[in-house]
Design a protein around this ligand. Structure first.
Ligand code: SF4
Ligand code: SF4
Length: 155
């Protein structure tokens, strides 16, 4: 997480994600984060942080890098792959509710949906799935013993 060469001043994943090994809940800054700078324990950061690559960051070394304005701290939306790249999860910055509604993020969501992957993202207490490229609010089950939640119904 927070690779300095490509993440630049973004450290948003260190706020938005739940990191069990650190007992850090979602939507709360990691106490090791130097916000806008990087990880304060970079050399010793835990494995989930070392392995995490958001969609924007991953694209930067690929053939079609996403534009600078879609970097999570700028767009307010963080997307990442799960389940061996078969699915995408996302989370809206708690300081910018509804950020997924911007035209640039909607365009990104449509492009990601066109790959055929399932997309589920969280905006505050609400969850959204994507149908035909368009977000629709959904209800998820309560977390199981591993914290996993599954689709229940469209709202
Ligand atoms: S959200 Fe993405 S770009 Fe931002 S610090 Fe995390 S991995 Fe880097
Ligand atoms: S340990 Fe470092 S990389 Fe991991 S969440 Fe905390 S600040 Fe971010």
């Amino acid at each position: 997480m927070a690779e300095p060469n490509h993440c630049g001043t973004c450290t948003l994943c260190c706020k938005l994600l739940d990191i069990a090994v650190l007992q850090k809940p979602a939507y709360r800054w990691c106490p090791h984060c130097k916000v806008g700078d990087g990880c304060g324990i970079y050399a010793e950061r835990p494995v989930p942080c070392r392995e995490f690559v958001c969609v924007w960051l991953g694209s930067q070394t690929g053939p079609r890098p996403l534009p600078a304005e879609l970097r999570p701290d700028r767009s307010g939306m963080l997307f990442y792959y799960t389940n061996s790249f078969k699915e995408l999860n996302g989370v809206t910055d708690s300081g910018r509710p509804g950020a997924w509604r911007s035209p640039k993020v909607r365009s990104l969501i449509r492009a990601m949906a066109a790959t055929g992957r399932t997309i589920i993202f969280r905006d505050g207490n609400g969850h959204y799935g994507v149908v035909n490229g368009e977000p629709r609010q959904i209800e998820l089950s309560e977390p199981d013993e591993k914290g996993a939640r599954t689709f229940v119904r469209f709202l």
